[in-house]
Design a protein around this ligand. Structure first.
Ligand code: SF4
Length: 372
């Protein structure tokens, strides 16, 4: 796919993890949890007898349960954590008024790799937030740490770059990765077919508790502009439906490779840029170096964002748009639109995360570079 071409790690032959995951599921001594990324739900339909772009999350949950996964979660919940941490970082930078804008997003590992390789001097501008996958994996491993069984955590992701992210040493605890296996959407499709499940006939089922709540802001992470819109929902003071609707029309949505928008924050105008495709990221960086100002820059390596990831079943561009629309419809169905209103967040910050926010949710790509 296009991600593999754009991604610096794409040259490496990507391993297939399906057999290893089956083995873990059948091992009586393991407790196997799984999280599903937002972009996956709108991309596997066609392969399994539904329409592309159709939100299949309920059927995916039902399938994973039949396949034998013990705990099934949605990465959108992890994305809510990312929104809270990333907005706090953005507002802190603005408050401190140092000359360290823009803040670049950090949830796409192919972008982080690209930045480390070609623009290491910009790493202090890359958010210290771990990706939603990694934030959520830290929480899940923590929650079940007292289990008598060996914990295995699987993430179903739209790209192969996530396999390399999961293997980074920053995300291991005592040598064990927080995410033990990453399955791409294509690998999940294969496993569903192998198990003989008739996907199109499954009754949709709900995500497990205690991490079963997520917001529309978390779901739209799967499409280019989603992270930015989610952060803007968090930072604007007017939280009315009209205000959120107007955010959608600022220019952050749509399939263009470069999008720009301005939003008022108090008496200050926040200028944001949303780029997808690494060539567009490189071009924007050159403009920033030449003096153009932005407060927040979202970068996704795949054109259109994760809906078009290299691990997703391949489709033409019109179908891609349907996947984006599918995620915005899923957002509409969520009764909570802004991450700070997710009741689970409060529980996490008062519980597992108390005094451990940095340890469990952040990573410092920049200082790692200096230490080398
Ligand atoms: Fe993976 Fe999404 Fe980045 Fe593509 S945009 S490399 S799918 S994280």
């Amino acid at each position: 796919g296009q991600c593999a071409l754009a991604c610096p790690t794409g040259a490496i032959v990507v391993k297939d993890d399906t057999q290893k995951v089956w083995k873990e599921i059948y091992d009586k001594n393991t407790r196997v949890s799984v999280q599903i990324a937002p972009a996956v739900r709108v991309a596997l339909g066609k392969e399994l007898g539904l329409n592309d772009g159709e939100n299949a999350i309920g059927k995916i949950v039902a399938a994973l349960r039949r396949m034998g996964f013990d705990d099934i979660f949605d990465t959108s919940t992890g994305a809510d954590l990312t929104v809270l941490e990333e907005s706090a970082e953005l507002l802190r930078r603005i408050r401190e008024g140092k000359n360290d804008m823009p803040l670049f997003t950090s949830c796409c590992p192919a972008w982080v790799n690209y930045c480390e390789k070609f623009y290491p001097e910009l790493l202090p501008h890359v958010s210290t937030c771990r990706s939603p996958m990694q934030m959520f994996a830290s929480i899940i491993k923590e929650e079940y740490s007292t289990s008598s069984k060996r914990l295995v955590h699987v993430a179903v992701m739209p790209c192969t770059a996530k396999k390399f992210e999961a293997a980074r040493k920053e995300f291991k605890v005592n040598g064990v990765p927080n995410v033990d296996y990453v399955l791409t959407t294509q690998e999940l499709v294969r496993m569903i077919k192998e198990s003989g499940i008739v996907f199109s006939e499954l009754e949709p089922e709900a995500i497990d508790m205690p991490f079963g709540t997520y917001t529309g802001a978390g779901v739209i992470f799967g499409v280019s502009g989603g992270v930015t819109e989610a952060v803007l929902r968090r930072v604007v003071s007017d939280k009315s439906p009209t205000s959120f609707r107007s955010l959608a029309y600022t220019g952050v949505r749509g399939m263009n490779g470069v999008k720009e928008a301005s939003v008022m924050y108090g008496d200050r105008k926040l200028k944001v840029a949303v780029v997808s495709g690494l060539k567009n990221a490189g071009d924007l960086i050159e403009r920033i170096k030449a003096g153009e100002h932005y407060d927040l820059v979202e970068v996704m390596a795949c054109p259109g964002g994760c809906i078009n990831g290299g691990g997703q079943p391949f489709v033409q561009s019109e179908e891609r748009e349907k996947r984006g629309k599918g995620l915005y419809s899923a957002d509409k169905l969520c009764n909570i639109k802004s991450s700070e209103e997710n009741p689970l967040m409060m529980t996490l910050y008062k519980g597992i995360l108390k005094g451990r926010v940095h340890e469990l949710l952040h990573v410092d790509y920049a200082s790692k570079k200096e230490a080398k």
